[in-house]
Design a protein around this ligand. Structure first.
Ligand code: FAD
Length: 386
């Protein structure tokens, strides 16, 4: 098992539950035992949860799995034909089955590193960001997707002055389209977030000049602002770059596997004989296209499918995607595959009351159901997607 997080751990648990008794090794790049990522931008970042609460399982449950957790030793190479995984500490592990569950690596802005500039993927990232947020006045979030919007909401809840900049016209536009994007924008503005949408960020400024895309660093090495394409500089003590993330497949170069925006797999999540991928890193054949999902539920569901397939209970992976996001007082839940160009209609509740279920249609096909503070009803509408 390469990757000791949601998908990796779930695969191990499912294998054991199904009676697999052979040795299992779990390799993790980080020193932390498996923890959950969704709270990192929410409960952990705002201080409601401590580190222990982000743990996926207590020690006793991990021990009961009778798996060898090798933490702090990332895999650095795979020989796919012989199924040998090599690690940074020079371990060479040969296996009957290898599962790749290495998740994503966040994108950063180009240029020299400045203090006060953060990304958010790991527990250590979250702890460092929280420390900075507690003493910052002005926070700029670069990125108008789910993660950027969540971080902006949490920073605002902590009482910071928050500006969010991104190139789309609406928040989360590419995921949820302009109708819901506009509502999210209203929510953020009403809560005091300064939204600078439709503007590309071109770099970061330090004390004496522009860095990032153009290359000068401030004298004390600390970020001072974010430069927009129209020339404006947004002052900042802390900058969070939330520009998406790329599949963590660098260690698989030369492995013989097909890498193309993830580990390319067949409909059974198999990348090669005895080699599987699960979670954010996996791109598998779904009907006539390759699909990769970045959400927590997929990590679990795909891992369950991989465990079944390893044990010969051949099943194609055909999920109805689901993700949620919490921003200020709103819990959004999205089932299916919304597209920015889908027609959106309110199917239950209403927008003015701040509680509704929306349907996303393309032609006469219902492609997604979105709930805005209406969890129970949203689950019922999901049935129409099956
Ligand atoms: C801040 C944040 C908030 C989120 N909020 C939500 C949310 O509200 N709702 C939602 O649906 N989804 C959310 N997500 C997405 C969700 O957390 C991911 O989809 C999920 O964690 C994917 O699980 P995974 O096991 O595939 O990958 P990951 O959780 O990324 O785990 C991959 C693991 O592999 C390790 N690794 C990487 N390279 C190597 C290597 N070479 N060798 C060994 N180990 C390696 C990494 O250290 C990591 O521990 C959020 C993600 C983040 C970062």
């Amino acid at each position: 098992m390469v990757g000791a997080s949601a998908a990796g751990l779930t695969t191990v648990e499912a294998l054991r539950r199904k009676g697999y008794r052979e040795p299992i090794t779990v390799l993790g790049a980080e020193w932390h035992p498996p923890y959950d990522r969704p709270p990192l931008s929410k409960q952990f970042l705002c201080g409601d949860w401590d580190e222990a609460r982000t743990r996926l399982r207590p020690d006793a449950m991990l021990s009961a799995l009778d798996a060898d957790f090798v933490l702090g030793d990332p895999a650095v190479a795979l020989d796919a034909e012989r199924r040998v995984v090599r690690t940074a500490a020079d371990r060479a592990l040969t296996a009957d089955a290898v599962v790749i569950a290495t998740g994503l690596t966040p994108r950063r802005l180009l240029g020299p590193e400045l203090e006060g500039v953060h990304v958010l993927r790991t527990l250590d990232d979250a702890a460092a960001l929280r420390k900075d947020l507690l003493v910052a006045d002005r926070v700029v979030v670069v990125g108008d997707g789910v993660l950027g919007a969540e971080i902006a909401a949490t920073a605002r809840n902590l009482g910071r002055q928050v500006t969010l900049a991104g190139p789309q016209t609406f928040l989360l536009e590419s995921q949820l389209g302009p109708v819901v994007g506009a509502l999210l924008g209203e929510l953020h503005r009403a809560e005091g977030v300064d939204l600078r949408l439709g503007t590309a960020v071109t770099g970061l400024t330090g004390l004496t000049g522009l860095t990032g895309l153009t290359g000068l660093t401030g004298v004390d090495g600390r970020v001072r602002g974010v430069q927009l394409a129209d020339g404006e500089v947004l002052p900042a003590d802390v900058v969070v770059v939330a520009l998406g993330a790329a599949p963590a497949t660098g260690w698989l170069e030369g492995s013989g596997l097909r890498l193309d925006n993830g580990v390319v797999c067949d409909a059974h999540c198999r990348a090669a004989d005895g080699i599987y991928a699960a979670g954010d890193v996996a791109r598998w054949q779904h009907d006539d296209s390759l699909v990769r999902l970045e959400n927590r539920t997929n990590a679990t569901e795909q891992a369950l499918c991989v465990a079944a397939n390893i044990l010969g209970d051949e099943q194609p992976y055909r999920p109805i995607p689901y993700f949620w996001t919490d921003q200020f007082t709103v819990k959004l839940q999205v089932h299916g595959r919304p597209t920015a160009d889908a027609e959106v209609t309110v199917a239950e509740g209403n927008i003015a009351d701040g509680r509704f279920v929306a349907h996303y249609r393309r032609g006469d096909r219902l492609v997604a159901v979105l709930g805005w503070n209406m969890p129970k009803q949203t689950r019922l509408h999901r049935e129409h997607l099956v």
